[in-house]
Write a protein that binds this ligand. Structure first.
Ligand SMILES: NC(=O)c1ccc[n+]([C@@H]2O[C@H](COP(=O)([O-])OP(=O)(O)OC[C@H]3O[C@@H](n4cnc5c(N)ncnc54)[C@H](OP(=O)(O)O)[C@@H]3O)[C@@H](O)[C@H]2O)c1
Length: 269
């Protein structure tokens, strides 16, 4: 697994991590044990960067549970997501309880009430309870506001969608992030799983074999990670074997422009 440093945050992360939206929003022994096995596979493969949010129902609690006794092996990114400052503090208290009193990266989810929450997380960072501060948004219509936040100098990472079907970040967000030296976390690398519904054959993947690509998911992850402005992709999965498969995309050789064009064409066909 290759590691990259999330820009000025100084956080070094594996290039493949894991998201928890929907997949970790589960209840009950069997589902939570399954989540734990997904995390076992992630850790075994060196994909130890986990992203969550209070917006994802049970996910923070379930992720925290899977990390019991091995919190030190993981890098945890979570978020604050509420208009209310008081509720934001409550979300943070809950997260600290789930994640052993420390969150490696705190993000303002979808920029909701970012001015007030930034002040709070900055205080917590000074207290040593947070490693770094970031912001996320999933919609191109919010990228103007995201640029404003990026330029404040108060965040060191952004989390944005990037895959062959969602390329808006190429226009301004990725160039600006590279200019300022921000860490870039890529959400939805598989287009929320929608790109996995395409029937890509073995023979279509053959030209990518020399890059270590065996599956369509790996081709899409390598497509993202071959852009050096992107530091980590966080595909979500509820299936242990898919965690192993996704993590295997986390080392070179990386695609050049030709292979990226080839994968984008497969995605759009
Ligand atoms: N605003 C925000 O801050 C924001 C917004 C969106 C997402 N995010 C973060 O980004 C993470 C990733 O985005 P996402 O979950 O929306 O989408 P994604 O990672 O692009 O796709 C996830 C879907 O792909 C499937 N999948 C994963 N690996 C696979 C494989 N190897 N083969 C076949 N199918 C596979 C999963 O199904 P199975 O469970 O069946 O494997 C799941 O349904 C989220 O979990 C969340 O942490 C943040």
């Amino acid at each position: 697994m290759e590691n990259r440093t999330l820009g000025e945050s100084g956080l070094t992360v594996p290039v493949v991590g894991m998201g928890t939206w929907q997949t970790f929003d589960v209840h009950g022994t069997q589902a939570e044990e399954n989540a734990s096995v997904v995390v076992d596979r992630a850790l075994a493969a060196g994909a130890n960067f986990f992203d969550s949010s209070p917006m994802y129902g049970e996910s923070e609690r379930v992720l925290g549970g899977t990390l019991q006794g091995r919190r030190d092996k993981a890098l945890v990114a979570t978020k604050v997501w509420t208009n209310s400052m008081a509720e934001g503090r409550e979300q943070m208290e809950r997260a600290f309880a789930y994640f052993g009193g420390y969150v490696d990266l705190y993000q303002i989810h979808n920029l909701v009430n970012w001015k007030e929450h930034l002040a709070t997380v900055e205080g917590l960072k000074q207290e040593g309870k947070i490693g770094a501060i970031g912001a996320t948004h999933y919609q191109a219509s919010a990228f103007g506001e995201l640029k404003t936040v990026m330029k404040t100098g108060r965040i060191t990472t952004i989390q944005i969608p990037y895959n062959p079907m969602e390329r808006d970040v190429e226009k301004e967000i990725l160039p600006l992030a590279a200019d300022i030296g921000l860490g870039v976390i890529v959400m939805r690398p598989l287009f929320q799983g929608k790109l996995m519904r395409k029937n890509i054959s073995e023979s279509q993947l053959k030209p990518l074999a020399e890059f270590g690509v065996r599956t369509w998911a790996q081709a899409l992850l390598k497509w993202v990670l071959s852009d050096p402005r992107c530091h980590v992709a966080i595909p979500a999965t509820s299936k242990p074997e898919r965690m192993t498969e996704n993590a295997a995309a986390g080392s070179g050789p990386w695609f050049g422009p030709e292979e990226r064009t080839y994968v984008a064409k497969l995605a759009m066909a």
